[in-house]
Design a binder for this molecule. Structure first.
Ligand code: DMJ
Length: 654
């Protein structure tokens, strides 16, 4: 018996060549199985069942580990916006158009044009790979990919326009009718210009931002002029609305940075090429904050009526969005046809989107004395104010355009799909001269709601804003939430409780840590925080969240915190972030690219996209952070929309 057993055991040993007959092996296994007691067999079967079921349930998390990047557009809620003595003109009082044109806003002087300081940029002695995007060893991979993508693009050029529907509505892929162009200097290995800027004084830092802007603009001008977004790696462009989104978003940045020549050229394009008569679906929120907001602020800074005319044109073309049973606007509008609709798969709109268009439409009404714009957005604010389904002032993420009620209730975040609701409560109150107490009450209640429901600390005492899902706190925070320190500081500056400033400082530190703890010095799209000590690590990043889209929120808050406290560490943090963008996101031929992996300094995976907000927001806030002039877009005279476009605060004299 012993010898048989032993033989059977040996028969299961794959190393034993004498027992390689399959049938024989099956019989041996079966015999072995029969030798087990009933209890033993039950135990083994149960164990296998548990392993099998466990395997099925863990599949999504496994797949998450294996999937590289998720579709960024799904994440961007976005996805996946001096001083003049204006005051609101009472509704009903008609201001004749000629009055408007006779008295344009007094232009804000652009920054004095300062020539680059050559000593700030050190050119390398020899030809090297693109700085930072990859280590030198990876350069050829990157260039090979570049060439490969170029070949693929060649095929695509023969295709018709392909409409791709995103969650935000229709997006049009680029009509690749233009040959991808080579950067100046021709094809082949590009001469990289690694930046080693180590300026210490603010003037040099401001100049470094100007240099970064010029570099981004160089790429946009060469490969994407008049189109929505630059694809800097493949040296082409992507259309979203087909309205020159980057150019419009960047107008006021150029004015503020004092880039006169670039501004004039862009102005000419707006005058001669920009047309809103296109048969194209645009997203109401995105076109309001980027296009309407960008045109209005440029009008205020320059006093040039061209921008107001264009703002009126796009503003009136967006109005069909508000023709819904509930008055909660549709997400998408066809600006050529004058029709509007929800995304194909839902009649919901996003709460942040319908509540973050108010600053722009209200300003348009004030300027044109046409109250239709303000009435439409005020109606939304009033409806949302009255709605059930909030929790201590916090709002869900979706709202239905038929019923006007919140949907997908029970989930609360300060990140994607809700973020700018909170920002616009405070900013509308400020824009209107602090008169609307309902807005203020909703804002104060929401901040208390954040403190009560969403605030947590990591083991090493970093405060963050988590997400509440049906009573359970998820310790994750979108980079988008990093607008909050700036908003809280702005509120405190305007007389709101001092502890808002304390919270702002704490959150600011966490947002900075989201950059500092990463190998590239750039923040991931989403951070997961450790509540309990784990090898001293505070922040984890899931594979699907490792990308960085050149977002502005952290540098935006750094700007507010510096302006309002003068603590120099905020400038140093902003400087480190700019250095990291230069090291890991700068494309030698022009432009900056989103990257796919902030945790890999050797291969950050360039994603070949420069979002318009990099020029509209990120570089503008960095420049203002380094400026010593508190009157350069004074926070007491202007309120920035959520795309960093400054709009005037209404005063009683205007
Ligand atoms: C921008 O379009 C705006 O700042 C918006 O509020 C959020 N998303 C992007 C930037 O991240």
């Amino acid at each position: 018996m012993y010898s048989t057993q032993r033989k059977d055991f040996v028969s299961l040993n794959l190393g034993d060549r004498g027992y390689n007959n399959a049938k024989h092996r099956r019989q041996s296994c079966w015999r072995k199985w029969k030798q087990f007691s009933r209890l033993q067999r039950s135990l083994i079967l149960s164990l296998f069942s548990i392993l099998f079921i466990g395997g099925i349930f863990s599949y999504p998390s496994l797949s998450e580990q294996w999937t590289d990047l998720s579709d960024e557009s799904v994440r961007d809620v976005g996805d996946d916006l001096q001083r003049r003595d204006f005051q609101p003109i009472p509704p009903g009082q008609i201001l004749k158009p000629e009055v408007l044109h006779k008295e344009p806003p007094e232009p804000q002087k652009p920054m004095a044009f300062v020539l680059p300081k050559p000593q700030a940029l050190k050119k390398p002695p020899s030809k090297r790979g693109p700085p930072g995007l990859h280590k030198q060893g990876n350069v050829s991979d990157w260039q090979a990919k570049d060439r490969q993508e170029g070949a693929v693009r060649g095929e695509e050029q023969e295709e018709e326009i392909q409409t791709v529907i995103s969650w935000r509505g229709a997006m049009i892929e680029a009509v690749q009718d233009a040959e991808p162009q080579e950067a100046e200097g021709g094809a082949g290995v590009e001469e990289a210009v690694p930046l080693q800027i180590v300026p210490v004084n603010p003037v040099d830092r401001m100049e470094a931002v100007r240099e970064a802007f010029r570099h981004a603009w160089k790429g946009y001008k060469a490969f994407a002029w008049g189109h929505d977004e630059l694809k800097p790696v493949s040296k082409t462009y992507r259309e979203w609305f087909g309205l020159g989104l980057t150019l419009i978003d960047a107008l006021d940045t150029m004015w503020i940075l004092g880039l006169k020549e670039e501004f004039e050229e862009a102005r000419r394009w707006v005058e001669t090429e920009l047309s809103f008569t296109k048969n194209v679906d645009v997203n109401l929120f995105e076109s309001t904050i980027r296009i309407l907001g960008g045109l209005l602020s440029t009008y205020h800074l320059t006093g040039d009526a061209l921008f107001l005319d264009k703002a009126k044109d796009i503003g009136s073309r967006l109005m069909p969005a508000f023709k819904t049973p509930s008055k909660i606007p549709f997400s998408d509008v066809n600006i050529g046809k004058g029709t509007a609709h929800s995304p194909r798969w839902t009649t919901d709109s996003t709460v942040a989107e319908v509540t973050s268009i108010q600053l722009e439409f209200r300003e348009l009404s004030r300027l044109t004395q046409d109250m239709r714009y303000q009435n439409a957005v005020d109606e939304v604010t009033k409806l949302v104010h009255r709605l059930d389904g909030k929790r201590d002032g916090l709002v869900p993420m979706f709202i239905n355009t038929n019923s006007g009620k919140f949907t997908h209730r029970g989930v609360f975040t300060l990140g994607a799909r809700a973020d700018s609701y909170y920002e616009y409560l405070l900013k509308q109150w400020l824009q209107g001269g602090k008169t609307d107490t309902t807005l203020l009450e909703d804002y104060l209640q929401a901040v208390d709601g954040v403190k009560k429901n969403l605030l947590k600390q990591t083991a090493s005492k970093h405060t963050f804003v988590g997400e509440l899902s049906h009573g359970r706190l998820n310790p994750k925070m979108d980079h988008l939430v990093c607008f909050l320190p700036g908003t809280l500081a702005l509120g405190a500056h305007n007389g709101l409780p001092a502890d808002h400033m304390d919270l702002a400082a704490q959150l600011m530190e966490t947002c900075y840590e989201m950059y500092a703890q990463m190998e590239t010095g750039l923040s991931p799209e989403i951070a997961h925080f450790n509540l309990y000590s784990r090898n001293g690590r505070d922040i984890d990043v899931k594979p699907a969240d490792r990308h960085n889209l050149l977002r502005p929120e952290t540098v935006e808050s750094l700007f507010y915190l510096y302006r309002l406290t003068h603590d120099k560490k905020y400038r140093d943090w902003g400087w480190q972030i700019l250095e990291s963008f230069n090291k890991y996101a700068r494309v030698p031929s022009g432009g900056y690219t989103s990257i796919g992996n902030v945790r890999d300094a050797d291969n950050p995976v360039p994603k070949d996209k420069m979002e318009s907000f990099f020029l509209g927001e990120t570089l503008k806030y960095l420049f203002l952070l380094f400026s010593d002039d508190p009157e350069l877009i004074s926070l007491d005279k202007y309120v920035f929309n959520t795309e960093a476009h400054p709009l005037p605060i209404w005063t009683s004299a205007s």
